[in-house]
Design a protein around this ligand. Sequence first.
Ligand SMILES: [Zn+2]
Length: 375
Amino acid sequence: MELVRHPLLPAVPGTQQELVSLHYGTPGRGLKVSIQASLHADEVPGMLVAQHLRQRLAVLEAAGRIQGEIVLVPAANPMGLNQWHLRGLQGRFEFHSGENFNRHYADLAATVAERLAGQLGADARHNVALVRSALREAVAALPTRSSLASLRKILLGLAIDADIVLDLHCDGEAVLHFYTAEALWPEAQLLGRCLGAELALLANASGDDPFDEACSMVWAKLAERFGPEIPLPMACLSATLELRGEADVRHDYASRDADAILHYLAERGVISGAVPQLPEEQVPACEALPLSGSIPLVAPHGGMVVFVRQPGERLQAGERIADLVDPISGASTPINSPVDGLFFARENRRFAVAGMSLGKVVGREALRQGKLLSA
Ligand SMILES: [Zn+2]
């Protein structure tokens, strides 16, 4: 294992933060995998999964069982981890700009297409290699005018040429689910099965360029630009894994999730030999539904949030999920399911302000348009 330190652009003189990446296996031999934990720094389960992964990867590497290259970023957001306000960790939005740490990753399609004009041919493998090389150059040329820009550039540089990118997040309180591109679903089914995920939320453009889409959708955009004569596959399977809820920081979950990720990597040929698998009876059928079918439950007024249904329950439209109780008037407003579907995630705070999302139910119909992710 090689540990690499990547200094961030200091926000002010006299300060220095760094990102650390752990590199296992051999670059250029087999597939490249990039796994990063807790880009939203207050979503801690991913960082614990990374700890369980590094222990297993050390053993696998010593046994010569890593057939490709695995890059593990055990804490993807040192800036966010250092953002504390009045005893609370604020790891989702950067304090200085207000920007979400998992948005605004560079769309490199135009730069790469320009760089490779006239160079791609009939050999898909050769095309993929040329595109990866151009992607690396394009990331290296990105400007770093702020600490946040330097963090995004470093993270993208570690993943942009990977075959598999797993970005480990979590929700407030939720079942294990993941986001990926529609076009990747045939391949991502295997990931869903290995993880034991109940749900995959599919979109090709969820809005504002989250990390996983920057890594995968650049391939779709390039294929469209070069046209059908140039064979160019979706060469990166990327997914944002939502490892349940913020409080689900448990060794048993993390151990299970680390095993599940390694099972997937073994299926893809990155790990040789047998690895632990989830017992068949613990693997739910992973349902793929449109992200545009995920409907937020919006609080119509402030009040106490009293849930009467659990994440993972299947509901019919109109069924009551929670009561929103005004402590002054005593009035209670039922919060009902907006659609038939799976109640897969809910807020972990129990007091709401008007307009706040209290949870999400996803159905089969694509009912929403525009930006599909929450802020
Ligand atoms: Zn997140």
